[in-house]
Design a protein around this ligand. Structure first.
Ligand SMILES: CC(C)(COP(=O)(O)OP(=O)(O)OC[C@H]1O[C@@H](n2cnc3c(N)ncnc32)[C@H](O)[C@@H]1OP(=O)(O)O)[C@@H](O)C(=O)NCCC(=O)NCCS
Length: 304
């Protein structure tokens, strides 16, 4: 086992593609997403590679983020066999704990619980990718009175609205109003609903991703709805539905031919029902496993 390096990325992408073909993960991250994730990534301490004949045959990456409940790490492993996967997961969990994480997450495809319990990982909740196979016959997107649509708001306003809408969300990571996303989002794909007084009430943003169509079965490019959030006090008035429908319309204008989004299968505000009404169905099911160490304040969760 050795630390990874930036020039291992092509091998990592190949391992991820193999896992997609075997239905072990939903997709290979698109170029823009991966670039964002890997900016400033500490390969030396946060990645490991198992090689065979000079070629990586398994890789692990450990990321960490601050949440309102404390630091949460995630170990991502791409491997061809279970023994390598277990070895890398054990390494990643050890690193996460030593680096001060209170929780470490491992995302497995539904039914992929082999070896999890031995590593101290407990199934916590389902997480779904929901897909719309095309962008035909989109529902109307009229905001209820007295709300109005605006697009391209300053990042600060967008981030503050997001933080307010997601405050109660499971493992919420607040966004910094001072750090706009890199690369910049197309401004017309960043939508807000405003009250009659101009106060932000709901936010949606989305982007177009191009995936390798020899690996990914969705019609390309895919419009990914990244965020849908309505500020408490403005919920259950149809804002999320209308704003997301408008986002889908714009994604189609930007060339997207299908759409996807990711949702917590135990979302207490039942976001998946809004997505179902917009024509999305479950395309891939993950199970999120967690190891929890001292200091985790999260409320216990359970499967429905
Ligand atoms: C999930 C979320 C975005 C929904 O926002 P919203 O603006 O309340 O959504 P809508 O009003 O379009 O729909 C919500 C429900 O209200 C109902 N509704 C819509 N207009 C209504 C009205 N005038 N009167 C009563 N109910 C109404 C809808 O039918 C829907 O019911 P359903 O859940 O049974 O399908 C919001 O609750 C939220 O921000 N949650 C926290 C963040 C989050 O989890 N986001 C999703 C992450 S994937």
């Amino acid at each position: 086992m050795r630390p990874g390096r930036p020039d291992d990325l092509p091998a990592l992408l190949e391992l991820l593609a193999e896992e997609v073909r075997k239905d072990l993960r939903d997709s290979v991250p698109a170029g823009a997403y991966l670039r964002r994730q890997m900016v400033g990534f500490d390969w030396e301490s946060r990645s490991r590679v198992i090689e065979e004949g000079g070629c990586p045959r398994a890789m692990a990456l450990v990321t960490a983020r601050e949440t309102t409940g404390g630091p949460v790490a995630r170990v991502e492993v791409a491997a061809r066999d279970q023994a390598d996967r277990t070895q890398l997961l054990r390494w990643g969990l050890g690193l996460s704990r030593a680096a001060g994480a209170q929780v470490c997450q491992v995302w497995q495809p539904l039914g992929g619980s082999e070896g999890m319990a031995e590593l101290g990982l407990v199934a916590t909740r389902p997480f779904w990718r929901m897909d719309r196979p095309d962008l035909d016959d989109l529902p109307g997107a009229v905001l209820p009175d007295p709300y109005r649509l605006t697009d391209g708001p300053p990042w600060r306003v967008t981030a503050e609205t997001y933080n307010c809408a997601f405050e109660e969300h499971w493992r919420h990571s607040p966004l910094s109003p001072d750090l706009p996303p890199e690369p910049p989002q197309p401004l017309d794909l960043r939508l807000l609903a405003l009250t009659g007084q101009g106060t932000p009430a709901a936010v949606v943003w989305c982007e177009v991703e191009e995936h390798d169509d020899t690996v990914d079965r969705r019609r390309q490019p895919v419009g990914v709805v990244g965020v849908v959030g309505t500020v408490p006090g403005h919920r259950r008035r149809g804002l999320a539905f209308a704003l997301a429908a408008e986002a889908l319309r714009r994604l189609r204008r930007h060339g997207a031919r299908s759409a996807s989004l990711y949702v917590d299968g135990l979302n207490p505000t039942r976001a998946y029902e809004v997505y179902r009404r917009l024509g999305f169905t479950i395309g891939f099911e993950y199970e999120v496993f967690e190891a929890r160490w001292q200091g985790d304040e999260a409320r216990p969760t359970r499967r429905r």
